[in-house]
Structures are given as structure tokens and as C-alpha cells.
Design a protein around this ligand. Structure first.
Ligand code: 5GP
Length: 141
């Protein structure tokens, strides 16, 4: 496995060097909207700890990360009136990983609605901004 690259895009987002549509943050975890969503509300939950993928994180940090995923996912579903959610997580370029800072995709699903392809279509920025405000409210409750 390649060493963690401090210049990966999610490291820059964590340092506030590039913008994102943040929806949640605590001491160890950060969450923001995926800029090329597979469905409305597609979000990414990442650890603040430096980890390239699932194999590269301390088990205790992973447990904390997944506890946040478990907490936020049902709130996301409720806020958007979705029928459920899907978790996606890629490890290694050959498996489809494109950003090498561990991230958990939470993807809301609606019955009968197909997913858009992974990481292809940029969402409208105003729509993402509006959605982020709504979700921040939902997650703070
Ligand atoms: P993966 O590494 O699991 O294949 O996916 C990386 C994800 O990050 C993709 O779903 C892609 O749309 C998303 N992504 C890539 N660059 C950016 C970015 O600059 N900002 C945000 N918010 N998401 C990004």
C-alpha cells in the first residue's frame, strides 16, 4: 500500500484549503456532500486520522467512524424521505478508489430509482449548498 499523501483532496478539505459542503463534524470525524453524487444526499464520512483505506486505520478509530455513520445515516434517510441507504467503500485503485483518504459513502436510496454512475456527474453547487444546510440542521438535532 502507498504511504498516506498529505496532499490528497480530502486532506486539503480537512485542512480547509479547498471548500466543501460540510454537513457534520466532531473531534475525530468530518462529513460532507459528495460533489458527484450517485443519488440526492450522497455524503462522505471521513476520519480526521490519516488513513489511506480500511486497512490503514486503527481499529478504535474505525469503530468511532462507523458509529458516526450509524448515527447519521438514519437521520439522512429521514431528512430526505428516502427508502433506505447504501454504504459504499473502495480500497485500492483497482477496486475503484480514487481519493486515498479513507471515506465511507452514505448513499440514500429510493425504491425504483437507479443510481447514477460513480464519480462522473458534477452536481449543481447551489443545490448542494441548500442541501448541506438542511442536513446540518437534521444532524444537529
Ligand atoms: P472513491 O475514492 O471512493 O472512488 O470516491 C471518491 C469520491 O469523492 C467520489 O464519489 C467523488 O465524487 C468524490 N469527490 C472527488 N473529488 C471531490 C471533491 O473535491 N469534493 C467532494 N466533495 N467530493 C469529491
Amino acid at each position: 500500500m502507498a504511504a498516506y499523501d498529505d496532499d490528497n483532496i480530502f486532506a486539503k478539505i480537512l485542512r480547509g484549503e479547498i471548500p466543501c459542503f460540510k454537513v457534520y463534524e466532531d473531534d475525530d470525524t468530518f462529513a460532507f456532500l459528495d460533489i458527484m453524487p450517485r443519488s440526492n444526499g450522497h455524503m462522505l464520512v471521513i476520519p480526521k486520522a490519516k488513513a489511506t483505506d480500511l486497512t490503514d486505520i486503527d481499529p478504535a478509530d474505525l469503530a468511532g467512524l462507523m458509529a458516526v455513520v450509524q448515527k447519521l445515516a438514519p437521520k439522512l434517510v429521514a431528512a430526505l424521505g428516502a427508502d433506505g441507504f447504501m454504504i459504499q467503500q473502495f480500497n485500492g485503485a483497482g477496486a475503484g478508489q480514487t481519493v486515498f483518504h479513507l471515506h465511507i459513502h452514505i448513499i440514500p436510496r429510493w425504491e425504483g430509482e437507479s443510481l447514477k454512475p460513480h464519480g462522473t456527474t458534477m452536481a449543481d453547487k447551489d443545490a448542494l449548498a441548500e442541501l448541506a444546510e438542511k442536513l446540518k440542521g437534521a444532524f444537529s438535532g
